[in-house]
Design a protein around this ligand. Structure first.
Ligand SMILES: C[S@@+](CC[C@H](N)C(=O)[O-])C[C@H]1O[C@@H](n2cnc3c(N)ncnc32)[C@H](O)[C@@H]1O
Length: 208
């Protein structure tokens, strides 16, 4: 009998498990536009600029912590690690459960806390007791909250942080989300970062 080669059965196409961060973000924005505050993740260019304001991690000790508020899918988090911040020194406070699952998978050594960053008990809870808070890095959409809440988060952070350390925030707006004099701070601003959609700048508050 002739051994006729049979055509190889075609493999069924693999199901697409990988949802892009852009798609996750857009879905989040459709569900909760005021919480998300943006339709897509920040660019790495903006993330690197924010991370650049964190004090040199070579001066950190075992108790040093960097608090990130609103890490989303982790663009800025990754830039903090590339800056040299140890993953285990990162405390990430994120409102979205879905993003928290992603962040735990991507940064298994970081402390991921699901909750409301405006609640001091959540943002500055037991994970920071007895630790040195070296910087707070925030992507929270501050303009969706009243002045009082915005001032509380910036002012409250400056009270808990190592003296002179930065509260680092990005903003798309021409006006300031928090006036520095309202929180007894001095303010440094970066140039506009055009490689981000929309262009943004970094605001750095330090206790005056
Ligand atoms: C503009 S996105 C920035 C995300 C990411 N850091 C980036 O730059 O691509 C804002 C993020 O803050 C989170 N967020 C908004 N309000 C929050 C709150 N009250 N507590 C914790 N996270 C919050 C959102 O879920 C979202 O992930």
């Amino acid at each position: 009998m002739l051994d006729i080669p049979q055509p190889r059965p075609r493999k069924p196409p693999r199901p697409r498990l990988k949802v892009s961060d852009e798609a996750r973000f857009f879905k989040g924005w459709l569900q909760r536009p005021l919480i998300m505050g943006a339709v897509s993740p920040s660019s790495r260019c903006l993330g690197r600029r924010m991370a650049g304001y964190v004090p040199d991690p070579r001066s950190f000790d075992a108790d040093s912590r960097v608090l990130e508020l609103g890490p989303g899918t982790g663009v800025v988090t990754q830039c903090l690690i590339e800056r040299g911040v140890p993953e285990s020194a990162l405390v990430l406070v994120e409102y979205s459960r879905e993003f928290c699952v992603l962040l735990r998978a991507r940064f298994p050594k970081a402390h991921v806390i699901q909750g409301d960053a405006y609640d001091p008990g959540t943002a500055f809870g037991s994970h920071l007791h007895g630790r040195r808070l070296e910087a707070v890095v925030s992507s929270l959409p501050l303009f969706t909250k009243p002045d009082e809440k915005r001032e509380q988060i910036v002012g409250g952070s400056l009270e808990r942080i190592v003296p002179g350390a930065p509260f680092i925030q990005f903003s798309y707006a021409l006006t300031l989300p928090v006036k520095p004099e309202r929180v007894a701070a001095r303010l440094e601003t970066s140039p506009w970062i055009k490689r981000n959609l929309p262009p943004a700048r970094v605001l750095v508050y330090r206790a005056a």
